[in-house]
Design a protein. Sequence first.
Length: 210
Amino acid sequence: MNPNRTSVLPQVPASHYFGTKYDNLVRFCSYWHQIDETLKLNPSKVLEVGIGSGLVNERLRHYGLDAQTLDIAADLHPDLVGSVTNIPANDGAYEVAICCQVLEHLPYDQFIKALKELRRIASKGCIISLPDARRLIKIELSMPRIGNRHLLVNLPTRARQVPFNGEHYWEIGWKGATLAIVKKDISSVFKIINDYRALGNPYHHFFILQ
């Protein structure tokens, strides 16, 4: 990782987020978890950090939530333009913050700073997801009378040094960002209520925070 390397500019053009290449099947699985976990917290006002294609925000509004967006890319037309490390909102302005597949776009030394900003503006809790590069085995069974059963088995994975690729500074399982380190740093700011790798998209590791 390159912890001293940073940028306040978008890493990809707005067109990156539109079309089926971005909104593919596995990403829709992640969207479902984002929406489902948000609705479970029963908020009325939500901030989504990283607008992406806008699909999650559109669905949350469909369910009657006051769902606003934050992004550094003004051409994506978020409600707020700014960085997750310096959110232009008052303390407790939202009940829940959603920040999925965003924080890995910052050097790891800004991770806790971003978490503290999310905690500052969200009074109930936060939902984040992070890329998880660790190996796993996915088992799916479908049997009459029993129904569908799914199991994810994480395999031993050696943390490796990975150079900045133009988008991700780090992922869970890379050197300096093992799951133990990531959970320890999250726990310094939030209480972790639950964490899991999404069945339909195990590359996305979800953390439900309070």
